[in-house]
Design a protein around this ligand. Structure first.
Ligand code: G3P
Length: 217
């Protein structure tokens, strides 16, 4: 399973690279706004830091606008993945951009039929939003499970990128459901490593070790 970080904060990205845990990055207009940086500057910096896919989202509403914005964003670096919304116009743009050999992430997916259409439009990634479905009292994880079955039934190459991840449980369940990629806010990535029994165990091992007076190096 690939791990992407859902952020446009270069400081956070640098920390995660240091940990060796990051395969790619996803951004969206809200995350770019939160960074307070110019979209081209920040994306170009991120693309230099991370070798894997870096999703950059278009904001036009027509396929024509999305295609020209997507082409412009793709000029930033070869690892840019163009993110388009799951609308009919977005699917049209996906088909055009993917036929040009570009990587496309179809975002704001909330149903398995939408995911089916994205795969048919040649999407590289489909981004089902787990947390936002859960917010409405629905089961976001069922969507990942359904898409996995549908894509496997027809051997679609489109990768399932579980998005809108709000907790370590979402990461676990996405992995169990066979998502290809999970995009996670940095704070949650760090939480994945935490366990109170790990801390307790380490504390008692070190207390015993210190009583021996020995050194390893
Ligand atoms: O990758 C999409 C993600 O950023 C949306 O997350 O928490 O705003 O629903 P959220």
């Amino acid at each position: 399973m690939e791990f992407f970080a859902d952020t446009a904060e270069t400081k956070e990205i640098a920390e995660l690279i240091d940990l060796g845990l990051i395969d790619g990055i996803t951004t969206n207009p809200s995350l770019i706004r939160k960074s307070g940086r110019d979209v081209f500057q920040v994306l170009s910096e991120i693309c230099q830091m991370v070798k894997g896919s870096v999703s950059a989202e278009v904001v036009g509403l027509t396929a024509k606008e999305m295609v020209s914005e997507g082409r412009r964003l793709a000029e930033i670096a070869s690892n840019i993945t163009i993110k388009v919304p799951l609308t009919l116009e977005g699917l049209k743009a996906c088909k055009i951009l993917s036929s040009e050999g570009r990587q496309v992430n179809v975002t704001l997916c909330f149903s398995s039929n939408q995911a089916l259409l994205a795969a048919k439009a040649g999407a590289t990634y489909i981004s089902p939003f787990i947390g936002r479905l859960d917010d409405l009292g629905m089961n976001g994880m069922e969507l990942i499970e359904d898409i996995r079955i549908i894509y496997d039934n027809y051997d679609f190459d489109t990768k399932i990128l579980a998005a809108s991840i709000r907790s370590p449980l979402h990461v676990r369940e996405s992995a169990l459901a066979g998502a290809d990629v999970v995009t996670v806010p940095p704070a949650i990535i760090k939480k994945l490593a935490q366990h109170p029994l790990t801390d307790k165990g380490l504390e008692s091992f070190l207390a015993d070790w210190n009583k021996t007076g020995m050194k390893i190096v």
